[in-house]
Design a protein around this ligand. Structure first.
Ligand code: HEM
Length: 149
């Protein structure tokens, strides 16, 4: 199709109705800094995870391409969690994490590591608190459910 033939919407004759769409509010993901910041954060965070004797055991023997893929998935998930996208097309978090046997203590170690690296990205304090809350709220999905005795 030649560029000159681009279709335009027919006029309604109602100027108010033709006012440009209201720009959407920046999401928490935007406020954090979007893809660039999130990818930089994930590199630092996962380096920290792999240096942590407790957390690294869960990723033992993982080769570089698999680690890069995992980082990409986690960036996509963060985007979803922070309202930057409507869907996460990966696996259900509960399904992935329940078989790993992650305890509350391990989740806390993870969260401490996560927040340590998040702070180095110098987000605004409100943004930091909002992200921290969203991650804390995932505890139920990540920590293994012990059968009640
Ligand atoms: C709020 C906390 C966490 C979030 C948001 C999170 C997020 C994710 C995501 C998005 C994936 C990829 C899922 C997919 O394949 O589509 C994943 C996989 C994985 N996570 Fe987590 N995770 C969290 C906590 C943890 C913790 C505490 C551990 C262990 C210390 C852990 C270990 C793993 C492992 C080993 C995989 C790969 C599983 C596999 O591919 O079989 N995660 N995580």
């Amino acid at each position: 199709m030649d560029k000159g033939s681009t279709k335009t919407a027919p006029s309604t004759g109602n100027n108010e109705a033709e006012v440009a769409e209201k720009p959407s509010e920046p999401t928490l993901y935007d406020k954090f800094g979007g893809n660039v910041k999130c990818e930089a954060f994930m590199d630092k965070f996962m380096d920290g995870v792999m240096k942590c004797p407790t957390l690294s055991t869960y990723h033992e023997g993982i080769d570089e391409p698999t680690m890069e893929l995992l980082k990409e998935k986690r960036v996509c998930y963060m985007k979803y969690l922070l309202d930057g996208s409507k869907f996460y097309i990966g696996k259900d978090l509960k399904e992935v994490h329940q078989p790993l046997g992650i305890t509350d203590e391990i989740f806390d170690t993870w969260k401490t590591e996560f927040l340590k690296h998040l702070k180095t990205m110098r987000p605004n304090i409100k943004v930091l608190r909002a992200i921290s809350k969203k991650v804390t709220d995932l505890r139920e999905d990540i920590v293994v459910k012990m059968p009640s005795v």
